[in-house]
Design a binder for this molecule. Structure first.
Ligand SMILES: CC(C)(COP(=O)(O)OP(=O)(O)OC[C@H]1O[C@@H](n2cnc3c(N)ncnc32)[C@H](O)[C@@H]1OP(=O)(O)O)[C@@H](O)C(=O)NCCC(=O)NCCS
Length: 165
């Protein structure tokens, strides 16, 4: 994709990030995402200590974003074995999907997590084709993590271990 820039997400990106959270959480728009506490918790208070993320920008337009937030044990609905691992949110605008933007965002996020000595984890609907992307990047299904999601389907947890180097 020409003219694609991946840059770190900053405090001022919050309003735009709500749009990408809506995409990631299958909400119709930012306002809907803000209204659902279990969705909004991925962004409320951005950029709190430990939050990090990246924006994909093309010709001055934000077309995708991926970020990671660490939750306390109380905030998490279920545990991933590694409570240190921040949880990933990712969304790419519909007309920009399938062209490698999501992969570039994930690689940037994984690199930053590695620099911080952290693994990553995420929750994905079982039928989401993005599962293949996560597997290619080294994420593995977390045994016993399958849960019924808000749409009545199944979601599974995936984790990328912190690099030992
Ligand atoms: C998931 C998502 C972030 C991936 O971003 P992307 O820029 O499309 O990703 P890439 O182009 O790097 O492709 C990665 C995978 O996404 C899949 N993909 C491609 N087009 C897609 C589309 N229109 N919708 C969903 N997934 C798509 C591809 O199957 C690809 O996997 P493959 O190469 O094994 O076939 C993006 O499709 C999206 O925002 N989807 C809706 C929100 C979502 O599902 N978020 C993730 C929740 S865990």
């Amino acid at each position: 994709m020409p003219d694609l820039v991946i840059r770190p997400a900053v405090q001022d990106d919050l309003e735009g990030l709500w749009d990408f959270l809506a995409m990631a959480a299958y909400e119709p728009d930012a306002e809907a995402a803000k209204a659902v506490p279990r969705v909004a918790k991925y962004l409320v208070g951005w950029q709190r200590p430990g939050d990090f993320g990246f924006i994909a920008e093309q010709n001055g337009e934000d077309i995708g974003a991926a970020w990671a937030r660490r939750f306390s044990a109380e905030e998490l609905k279920f545990h991933y074995g590694d409570e240190e691992a921040p949880k990933v949110s990712i969304g790419v605008k519909p007309n920009a999907r399938g062209q490698g933007v999501g992969e570039k965002l994930m690689r940037a996020l994984i690199g930053e997590a590695a620099r911080r000595g952290l693994g990553l984890c995420l929750s994905v609907r079982s039928e989401n084709p993005a599962r293949r992307l996560y597997e290619r990047l080294g994420f593995c299904d977390i045994p016993g993590s399958a849960t019924t999601n808000r749409a009545g389907g199944m979601s599974i947890g995936m984790a990328l271990r912190r690099s030992s180097s």
